[in-house]
Design a protein around this ligand. Structure first.
Ligand code: C2E
Ligand code: MG
Ligand code: MG
Length: 625
């Protein structure tokens, strides 16, 4: 049933559905000779009748299935039937209407619309609620369930509310994962970056200073290699606790790399405050670390840079603290150095990476890899996702996670993104020419690229030039792309769909997961994020969320693909949950174009081999019998 095709007046007046016949239950129709007869047997209402009155009529007369609606001249306008009426109207009004009624009444009333109501205590945990709903059937994502507190009716919630709850919780978890270091529990580089930015703004306003202490453990690699990783981990935790003791309560202690830490001191009156903390830390490190039967003195080297004295640009300030730290290492370790103006920065600055990336685009050092997306049961190829790689002459293959954010920041993403579009389409056309079975090409589009004014024009040109069938092109957008300037986004999405290209939401469930945009936007597919797939067989929360996403996709007629499947057990659980397509190392890693061809041909050979062996089995069993 397509709900969108039934424009409804969402006010307290009567609902008018343009396709009433859709909502007449089939057996009703069988017993009534014609729809007209059915209508004639009921007393009509005027289309201006308040909907609460109509609802009362449904409540008071259980025999009524549908009510004809007439206009002021008594001409029939439409039918309003119980099911649709309840779906659209009873829910918002339910608290008002049912709040005064015993729960039993509510239960009886709800049962008229085909399904036993689901009653959930509002103290249940969300996983249980998800289990209950999914156990009872997918349609409850839409039709909802009743919420009680100590068995008293509280209201009606639907699957959307449920999903929002799940998302909010997940977001809190993801926030923690994204901002804190797992091993030591202190802020990571991202959160440090935020706090540093804030601290500098504050300092500017108040005329104060901010100090950055860049701390690196001396010879940590030796410790790790000789005494083992768990000892290494324990040392890092001990260092964090000593950093915290040396710093002031209000300072931020962050871990920004394996054995690299930063102390951020804000609201500082004079730079000496930082020296004091550095000295205190060096002194505290003289006490041996006693752990797991070992006792050793671990030393650190510290570099200090001060905002705004040494720099007002945050990343350069970090680089200067880092350079000072290297100075401390170079002059014997176990000490601290303050940044001295004019010292060469040790860290290759971002600018060089940026110009290298620019060059890489020009010189063709970028490459596309393709990761198969397969039927989760038969493992037959359905499509590939294009994933960009940078073959750096010195650093080797660089992950897009490293250079896409940089490209977005400096605007290079537009050229990069266009190159990706062009190359992916060219490759698809090439495979097509070779006679491979049609497959989908999924292409990631970054937010900056999507928001570019002429994005659709570029897309159209590329499609025309590459002569691919747009029906096999899918663009992957993240939820964050869809959340800003909703009206403009909607127009762009419509234009893209009008070209025949389809749309997928990448990493679904990790963003805002607003149900509103899902219903409004012409999306074709949800990609279940790999964080939900990970260990799904042992993680009930992941299973519940995945179930909810699949139910949601079904209720909105969206296709689905699960990302990051690594294990056969994960594949099996997802298949059982009704997920139809999968992508992940379990099936294939991202492959070069040549390797994709090999993969396809091997798959084809394997499937014809299994055909042959099936035929042989059939022949054998026939000859035995
Ligand atoms: P994504 O679009 O979510 O892509 C999936 C990422 O998961 C890929 O990482 C892929 O290699 C990785 N992956 C796939 N299967 C598994 C698995 O079983 N286990 C694990 N642990 N990982 C798996 P990759 O290639 O490093 O790409 C990272 C992200 O960079 C992509 O995430 C996408 O957001 C972005 N990206 C990649 N190529 C492009 C591009 O051409 N344009 C834009 N704008 N972004 C891109
Ligand atoms: Mg993607
Ligand atoms: Mg993804």
């Amino acid at each position: 049933m397509n709900y969108d095709s039934t424009p409804l007046l969402m006010n307290s007046n009567l609902v008018v559905s343009t396709v009433p016949n859709l909502f007449i239950e089939e057996d009703r129709l069988r017993h009534a000779p014609t729809v007209k007869d059915l209508v004639r047997s009921m007393e009509p209402v005027n289309k201006k009748t308040p909907c609460l009155e109509v609802l009362e009529r449904f409540l008071n007369n259980t025999e009524i299935y549908a009510i004809p609606v007439v206009d002021d001249a008594q001409r029939p306008v439409t039918l309003v039937d119980r099911k649709v009426f309840i779906e659209y109207f009873a829910k918002p009004y339910a608290r008002e209407i049912f709040g005064r009624r015993p729960i039993q009444d509510v239960r009886n009333f709800e049962s008229y619309h085909c399904h036993e109501p689901i009653i959930v205590e509002d103290t249940s945990c969300i996983e249980d609620v998800a289990q209950i709903i999914i156990g009872a059937g997918m349609h409850h994502m839409v039709t909802g369930f009743m919420v009680t507190r100590q068995s008293l009716y509280q209201g009606v919630a639907n699957g959307h509310d449920l999903l929002n709850l799940i998302t909010q919780r997940k977001q809190a978890e993801l926030f923690y994962l994204a901002h804190y270091d797992h091993l030591t529990g202190v802020p990571n580089r991202t959160l440090l970056g935020d706090r540093l930015k804030q601290a500098c703004l504050d300092a500017e306003r108040k005329g104060l200073l901010v100090a950055l202490l860049f701390i690196d453990v001396d010879r940590f690699k030796n410790i790790n290699d000789s005494l083992g990783h768990s000892f290494g981990d324990a040392v890092l935790r001990t260092i964090v606790s000593r950093l915290k003791t040396a710093a002031r309560k209000s300072d931020t202690v962050a871990r920004i790399g394996g054995d690299e830490f930063v102390i951020l001191m804000d609201n500082l009156n004079d730079p000496e405050g930082a020296d004091l903390v550095a000295e205190r830390l060096l002194e505290s490190m003289q006490t041996p670390v006693d752990l797991l039967g070992h006792s050793l003195v671990v030393t650190v080297s510290i570099g200090v840079a001060i905002y705004p004295r040494d720099d007002t640009d945050i990343s350069r300030l970090m680089a200067k603290a880092d350079a000072a730290m290297y100075e401390a290492k170079a002059t014997g370790r176990n000490g601290f150095r303050v940044y001295v103006e004019g010292k060469a920065l040790f860290d290759p600055s971002r600018l060089s990476l940026e110009s290298e990336l620019r060059q890489a685009i020009d010189q063709g050092d970028l490459e596309l890899f393709y990761q198969p997306q397969v039927d989760i049961t038969t493992q037959q190829l359905r499509g590939v996702e294009a994933l960009v790689r940078w073959r750096h002459p010195v650093r080797g293959m660089i992950s897009p996670l490293e250079f896409i954010p940089l490209a977005e920041e400096c605007g290079l993403i537009l050229r990069l993104g266009e190159w990706v579009l062009r190359e992916a389409c060219r490759q698809l056309h090439d495979w097509d020419e070779r006679g491979y079975a049609p497959m989908r090409m999924s292409i990631n589009v970054s937010a900056v690229q999507f928001q570019q004014a002429n994005f659709v024009v570029v897309l159209k040109t590329v499609l025309e030039e590459s002569r691919v069938n747009p029906a096999f092109i899918e663009l992957e957008l993240t939820e964050s792309v869809l959340m800003h300037n909703v009206e403009e986004v909607l127009v762009t999405l419509m234009e893209i769909r009008a070209l025949g290209v389809s749309l997928a939401i990448d990493d679904f469930g990790t963003g805002y997961s607003s149900l509103n945009y899902l219903r409004r936007f012409p999306i074709n597919r949800l990609k279940i994020d790999q964080s939900f797939v990970r260990d799904i067989e042992h993680t009930p929360a992941n299973e519940s969320i995945t179930k909810a996403i699949i139910a949601l996709a079904e209720s909105l007629s969206l296709e689905i693909v699960a990302e990051g499947i690594e294990k056969t057990t994960e594949r099996a659980v997802l298949e059982n949950l009704g997920c139809t397509e999968g992508q992940g190392y379990f099936f294939a890693k991202p492959l070069s174009a040549t390797d994709v061809s090999v993969w396809i041909e091997t798959q084809a050979a394997r499937s014809s081999l299994s055909d042959v062996s099936r035929q042989l089995d059939a022949i054998n069993s026939a000859s035995v019998s």
